[in-house]
Design a protein around this ligand. Sequence first.
Ligand code: FCB
Length: 459
Amino acid sequence: MSISNAVITTLPQDFIFGVATSAYQIEGASKTDGRGPSIWDDFCHKPGNVANYDNGDFACDHYNRWKTDLDLIHGLNVDAYRFSFSWSRVLPKGTGQINEKGLAFYDRLIDGCLERQLQPFATLYHWDLPSSLQQLGGWTHRDTAYAFVEYAALMVTRFGDRLASISTFNEPWCSSMLGYLEGIHAPGLKDISLTMKSIHNQHLGHGLAVSQIKSINPSLPTGIVLNLQSIYPGSDSEEDQSAAIRHEAFNNGTFLDPLFKGSYPSAVTDSLGHHLPENWQDDLCNIHQPLDFWGLNFYTPTRVIHTCQRESAFPHTAQIFLDSEHECTDLGWEINAATLKELLIDVYKKYQLPPCYITENGACFNDEPTEGTVDDTRRVQYFEDHIAEIAKAHQAGVPIRGYFAWSLLDNFEWAEGYTMRFGLIHVDFHTQRRTIKRSGEWLANLAQSHHARKNSSLL
Ligand code: FCB
C-alpha cells in the first residue's frame, strides 16, 4: 500500500511529518527522581475509574527508554516529535520548589531530539495537573491559572531556545468536559458550574502564559491544541439542525471564541454565563492573544440530535453513533476522513486563525503481533485517507503546516487503560518489547518520499 504521489506533491514542500505522545501516557516512573503526584495518578488509583484498574505507574517506561524510543522515531524518517512535559515532574507541588532531576530528564529528551534532527514540539499541559493544585480546587480556582504561568515561564526559560514550538494546552475541552462534567477523566467530577469555571481558568492560564512566553522568548512559535468537533445533525429535522448549531456553540465556540475573538458565544453565556467566574469579562483581553499556530486533533465526526430529557442541560443535545454506513475503529469511532477537510474549511471561514498543524490523528485497532509483525492495514488506510483530505483542504486554501500521527507507541489510553492501542509501534506491556507495525513502516516510507521530493526540488 502506498499513498499516491499526487497526494504527496500536493502538500507544501515545507510540510512536516511527526509522531505524537503525552507524558502520562508513556513516561511511567511515576515516583522516580522526585516526581510529584498528578490528578491522573490519583484518578487511576481509585477503583472503577479506569479499565482493569490500569494506571500510568510504568506505562511504556519511556522515562528510562527515551533513548531507544528516540532512535525508533528517527527510524520513522519523520521531521518532528510532539511530546508533553509532566508538570509534577518539574514542580512536584505545582508551584514553588523546582525538581532539577525532572528538568534534567527533559534536557536529555530535547537534546536527544536535536541530535537526531527531530524538531521538538512540546506541550505544557496534557491533562496531568499536580495533585496539590487539585487540592486547592484545580482548574476551578483562578490561582491554578497563575501557577500555570509560573510553570510555563520555568519551562520556556530552560528549554525555549531548543524547542521548535510550544503549545500551552492539549484539548482543554477534554480536561473540562470529560474531567469536570462527564466525570470519566480526572478529576472525575460531574458539575456544570465547575466545568464552566475550569474552562475559563484554563483559557486565562493560556492567555497569560502566552504573554509570558513571548516576553521570555519572542521568537518561540507559540500556540494551543484543540480537539474541535466536526458536527452534523443526526437527521434532517429542524430540531436536530438547531441542536447541531447549539452543540457547536458549546463544544467548539466556548473554546474558539474566547481564544480567537475575545468573547464567548452568546448562546453559551445566555444559558451558562452565571456559572463563569465573577467578572469573567475582564479576563477576555488577556485570553485573546495572538498565536503563531494552532493544532487540531481529529479522530472522528460528531453526530447529534436534540434531546429534551428533563435532566439535560444546555446545549440539550445527545451524540448518536451511526451503524452500518461507515466503518468504525475498535473504540467504536466512526471513520470518515472527508469530515476532517470539511471541518478545516469551515473553521477558517468562521475565524481568523493562524496556520494549523494536525497535531493528532490516528485510529485504535488492537492488532497483535503474529510471527513478529503487526499487519495493521486498517490503520494504514485510515492515515492515507486522512492525509489525502488534508491535501485537499490545503488545495482549498487552508494553511496546514504539518501532520502528527497519534501515536508513536501503544500507550495508556486514559479511562480505557491499556486495552485500546493507537501506536505505530506495538508495545508488549509485560516485557516492554517494541514491534514496529506495518503502519510505522508505511509512515517511514511516506516521510522518506516527501524528503526525496524536497531534496530533488533543491537540486
Ligand atoms: C486525544 C488525546 C490523546 C489520545 C487520543 C486517542 O483526545 O489528546 O492523549 O488519548 O485522544
